[in-house]
Design a protein around this ligand. Structure first.
Ligand SMILES: Nc1ncnc2c1ncn2[C@@H]1O[C@H](COP(=O)(O)OP(=O)(O)OP(=O)(O)O)[C@@H](O)[C@H]1O
Ligand SMILES: [Mg+2]
Length: 450
């Protein structure tokens, strides 16, 4: 979903979301960039323009050059990224221009509404929010968004059924409603997201990717993003004896970030079940009451900060049953994130193999087919499709392994079953097959021993 109002007079009030920079059907840069083609059903295409860190080019100029580039490449087939440019301005100032999050169908850019997001990455890395002089007492990790460290995570995560898009739409809507001061007594929503599911399915990564994406999408409204990661585990181990006081202190620091209305602030509470598990244990009398004080302090503070329109609270959990209701009720969206399907696994493997070919560990380079291409060929085996079909079988066999295990698998295959530094694709696929067998075996042993 994208908030789009046709007609510039109404649109002028819509300043939260990136106002679409649309092209007239003749593909020229137009004065009124808010106009879309004369087609009320025009699809909105998001174009992410990563400007080089040290560039001093004006955004307006970048936009003009990007529009000219798009003008020269009228048709695109799904997502596409330019990293090399045949003109000086873009080569000098721009790292990449990417058409993103399309439905993977051919697009005629002339008939689309283009929403252009121009951004640079902060590469200061992670910093810690310290509460005291004592350096050891780090309350949380902190990044400025869009962060170089988070770049590419969104694309690397593969889920089915539009999970990523749905989450993005959801959080965009919550921020939009808040920014418009919609009365939450009349329409109820909040800005708390809970991602739950088995270990290693990408929940933490997805939270980071989502925050990064939103900070890029909303760069017209918010100058930058802040990402604060609170690790519930460390919170307990370090602060137990200090009861709720330090929690209050930590949230005071977060409040300072929120007070800057130019910033969109994401607070991630990872593994939130450890908070609530502690509270339950305390209730049952098996943990000291300090635990209850810490958890209650966190919940109270969360309720305080979520009143601010520029805050989104992201939480993850490996187990949903353990989280106490007080917390679950705070989350508007509770999204289950499971292990990837065979098709998603195939795509994860494709990206891994592509990387190994790029680094020339798999050599010579071999063009593997996508699932769509295989499907179009009716999964017929021939010289072109042979290795892709083998990969499909390996992917099918890998079902049930977590995303984390899958991303490690090519490494294990090389370490355990490839005896030479470089290897042909055919030989590497054999090694991957062996590595998958080993993983499945280990998983079964683990289940049997429990
Ligand atoms: N669906 C997926 N597609 C691609 N990569 C994935 C997927 N799921 C997990 N991964 C990979 O697994 C790694 C681990 O992911 P992450 O730590 O975000 O998982 P998690 O669900 O938070 O795990 P945990 O529950 O143990 O905290 C990520 O770096 C990511 O590369
Ligand atoms: Mg995690």
């Amino acid at each position: 979903m994208y908030f789009q109002v046709k007609g510039s007079s109404i649109r002028a009030e819509f300043n939260l979301f990136e106002v679409e920079d649309c092209m007239q059907p003749n593909m020229e840069v137009v004065e009124d960039v808010k106009l879309c083609p004369n087609n009320s059903d025009a699809v909105t295409v998001h174009v992410e323009v990563l400007v080089k860190a040290h560039s001093t080019a004006k955004r307006e100029d970048v936009k003009v050059h990007v529009l000219a580039l798009l003008n020269r490449h009228r048709m695109v087939f799904g997502d596409y990224k330019w990293v090399e440019f045949d003109e000086d301005f873009l080569a000098k100032h721009v790292e990449s221009v990417a058409i993103v999050d399309t439905e993977r169908q051919p697009l005629d850019l002339q008939s689309c509404c283009l929403s252009i997001h121009i951004f640079t990455l902060y590469d200061d890395g992670v910093s810690t929010l310290n509460l005291e002089e004592d350096e050891d007492l780090s309350a949380a990790n902190h990044w400025l968004l869009p962060a170089a460290e988070f770049h590419g995570i969104w694309e690397s995560l593969v889920y089915e059924n539009g999970v990523k898009k749905q989450l993005l739409d959801y959080v965009s809507t919550t921020i939009f409603f808040s920014d418009k001061n919609v009365d939450s007594n009349l329409i109820s929503w909040n800005r708390v997201v809970l991602l739950h599911g088995p270990p290693g399915t990408g929940k933490t990564s997805l939270c980071k990717a989502l925050a990064q994406k939103l900070s890029i999408r909303l760069s017209n409204r918010y100058a930058y993003g802040q990402f604060v990661e609170i690790n519930s585990h460390s919170l307990f181990s370090k602060w137990f004896s200090e009861s709720g006081k330090l929690v209050t202190k930590m949230f005071q620091k977060i409040q300072q970030l929120i007070d800057d209305k130019e910033a969109l602030v994401f607070v991630l509470i990872d593994e939130v079940e450890s908070l609530t598990a502690a509270r339950n244990a305390a209730k049952a009398g098996t943990e000291p009451s300090d635990a209850i004080r810490v958890v209650n302090a966190v919940l109270t503070q969360l309720d305080q900060i979520k009143r601010h329109p520029n805050v989104v609270i992201l939480t993850t959990s490996n187990v949903t049953e353990k989280i106490d209701l007080a917390f679950v009720d705070r989350a508007d969206i509770k999204q289950y994130i499971g292990p990837p399907s065979a098709e998603a696994i195939f795509n994860i493997y494709l990206s891994c193999l592509g990387e190994l070919m790029k680094c020339q560990i798999i050599y010579p380079r071999h063009q593997l087919l996508t699932m769509l291409e295989l499907e179009t060929m009716g999964f017929q085996e021939n010289n072109v499709s042979e290795l892709s079909l083998i990969l499909r079988d390996i992917a099918a066999k890998s079902k049930g392994l977590s995303g984390r295990a899958l991303r490690k698998l090519p490494f294990l295959a090389h370490a355990l079953f490839v005896k030479t530094p470089t290897v042909t694709l055919e030989r590497f696929l054999e090694a991957m097959d062996q590595a998958v067998n080993k993983q499945i075996e280990e998983k079964a042993n683990l289940v049997n021993s429990v």
